[in-house]
Design a protein around this ligand. Structure first.
Ligand code: BEZ
Length: 231
């Protein structure tokens, strides 16, 4: 029998946003992204502030490290393309605001590139814990290279995890955003290695009526279940 007596005033731990984190509630595709309020290089930001836009929330292991620096240069390069698509970038590591600011200034000085997006200073690992960004098998103190794509209504639509030693492919991040937005706009799926402008997959039929309708619809069909179309 437990001899732990819960005090009537005992409160669950709360995040900066005043939201009690659900035990081990890691993000899941198709579920609401965990709410947060965080200190960033652009002031305090909440997940809620991005509602109405897509958000690419990504973590990096540490400031002033070479692979992370190449990634920040690559994220800065795609920021205008993402913005055209209604997508905001938000970085995160457990470094302090001062460290983030010093690194951003150093990138400007050494590489001539402005980092246009905010970076969360997650010193107490609140957001990292909510999103499962620390992989203890890799590092107990650094966030791995995680990417969360959150849609304008706050649903987690895609997650990518890279290890500490592998820099991310930012073309893939733009491609994945294009795929998700094309799916939403046209109610279709996208095939392997699809790029914007390629034909898309017409979702497979689930009734005989749909089979007949699609065969008459003028799609490019290899078989009844495998049809593509241009969008
Ligand atoms: C880097 O960004 O260079 C790096 C960070 C953590 C582990 C390995 C490499």
């Amino acid at each position: 029998m437990s001899n732990h007596v819960e005090s009537a005033t005992e409160e669950p731990a709360r995040t900066l946003a005043g939201i009690a984190p659900a035990a081990a509630s890691l993000p899941r595709l198709g579920m609401a992204a965990p709410a947060f309020e965080a200190v960033t290089t652009h002031g305090k930001l909440r997940l809620e502030d991005f509602r109405g836009n897509w958000l690419v929330l990504f973590s990096h292991p540490a400031d002033f490290t070479p692979v992370c620096t190449t990634e920040f240069l690559a994220f800065a390069a795609i920021a205008p393309e993402l913005r055209e698509r209604g997508v905001e970038l938000l970085g995160l590591s457990i470094d302090s605001p001062t460290s983030h600011i010093a690194w951003v200034l150093n990138i400007k000085e050494k590489f001539g590139i402005d980092i246009p997006f905010p970076i969360i200073a997650d010193s107490n690992k609140e957001v990292a814990s909510l999103y499962g960004m620390i992989m203890p098998g890799e590092s107990k103190t650094e966030t791995s290279r995680c990417v969360f794509m959150i849609d304008p209504v706050g649903t987690v639509r895609a997650m990518i995890y890279y290890p500490l030693t592998t820099g991310r492919n930012t073309d893939e991040i733009v491609r994945l955003i294009d795929a998700l937005q094309t799916t939403d706009k046209h109610g279709v799926a996208t095939p392997a290695n699809w790029k914007a402008g390629d034909k898309v997959i017409v979702p497979p039929p689930s009734t005989m009526e749909e089979v007949e309708a699609r065969l008459k619809a003028g799609f490019e069909c290899t078989d009844w279940y495998f049809c593509k179309k241009a969008v």
